[in-house]
Write a protein that binds this ligand. Sequence first.
Ligand SMILES: N[C@@H](CCC(=O)N[C@@H](CS)C(=O)NCC(=O)O)C(=O)O
Length: 205
Amino acid sequence: MSSISNNIPTLHYFNGRGRGEATRLLLTLAGVEFNDIRHPLPFTDDNEIKQKATYKQLPYYVDGDFEIAQAQAIENYIASKYNLAGDNIFEKARVLSIASSVLDIRTPLFTNDTDEKKLKYKNETLPRFLSAWDKILVDNGGKYFVGSKLSAADVSAYCTLEMLYAFNYKNVVDRYPNLTLFKSKFESIPSISTYQSKRPANPLF
Ligand SMILES: N[C@@H](CCC(=O)N[C@@H](CS)C(=O)NCC(=O)O)C(=O)O
């Protein structure tokens, strides 16, 4: 584990993207320096943070005296703190709606355990969610998922598209050119491309 500066927030996660990457990207977009602590696996009981973390799981986020578990809560806290959570109650709801649909898209990647389920996911579930995202993006002008500036919705969607590429669903994503274009534009944001050029090259997941 690398050393921790106490004056900046700390994200505790593993050396992978998984449930931690959206937080890293949100902090990067917000220009917030943070300790990106990547714990070794297996995550054994003698790990100090495992003992401290609310559910003995990661991600776990420490911001001064405030500590919080659960990826979505961490992301929402950071988005709210750094003005990426939507500018009014409607935008805030839309941002959370995208963040929640992420779970519908991502969970089957880890739980589909038969060829039949994988086929249904590829041919029905994933196209249903991606076409909804495509429409949301296009209806909102094609640049941002919510509102007229970057928000946590864009981060949620980007991380999911990146994960779909990593899980060999690039061909399905690329059937939605608006989403592919969104993905490449997000990657060209200077702070994001700098972060991505420095992050570990071969994350575990
Ligand atoms: N619902 C939690 C799930 C957290 C979770 O399952 N974390 C996994 C890694 S992605 C973990 O800590 N695994 C190690 C372990 O359980 O020992 C969240 O979204 O933060």
